[in-house]
Design a protein around this ligand. Structure first.
Ligand SMILES: [Fe+2]
Ligand SMILES: [Fe+2]
Length: 153
């Protein structure tokens, strides 16, 4: 099922990993899949009434994994001299501040429908858009560079 269809189903939605999100870079794709799993874990923790601490823990994990993933992507771009490196890094930085704002909301208001729905939609939507645009572009560039390097050996 495509993620857009599942989103329309309302509060029981789930971001479903599908091939239209694959960049073709195994490591990056694995991390993206884990990010979706983390977003869904947050949602599940809330929906199943696991309590504030558990929800905050899943949010902390999501945030830490986002930082790790961004750092790995940026290192890959630096390694291959990706011309859009700075612009891509800026997008990551902007998103990290959005994520921090969401964490603040969560710690101030607790896990409410509004806060969790906001986190879920904002993070999920951003990931899909960023992956299918900027990350696809980066992965294509890296793949070319890797192919070139292979031909030389
Ligand atoms: Fe990414
Ligand atoms: Fe990225």
């Amino acid at each position: 099922m495509c993620w857009r269809q599942s989103l329309k189903q309302g509060m029981n939605m789930a971001y479903t990993w599908s091939s239209d999100l694959e960049t073709g870079n195994t490591k990056i794709d694995h991390q993206h899949e884990q990010l979706f799993a983390a977003v869904n874990a947050l949602w599940d923790a809330y929906r199943s009434g696991k309590g504030r601490q558990e929800v905050e823990n899943t949010m902390e994990f999501l945030l830490a994994y986002i930082s790790k993933h961004f750092a790995d992507e940026e290192a890959l771009q630096e390694k291959y001299g990706y011309p859009e490196y700075l612009a891509h890094k800026r997008l990551h930085t902007e998103f990290k501040s959005i994520a921090h704002r969401l964490v603040t909301e969560l710690s101030q208001d607790g896990p409410t429908d509004k806060v969790i729905g906001d986190i879920y939609a904002t993070v999920g939507e951003w990931l899909v858009t960023h992956i299918q645009g900027d990350d696809f572009q980066m992965a294509a560039y890296v793949r070319n560079k890797e192919d070139e390097a292979q031909k030389r050996t």
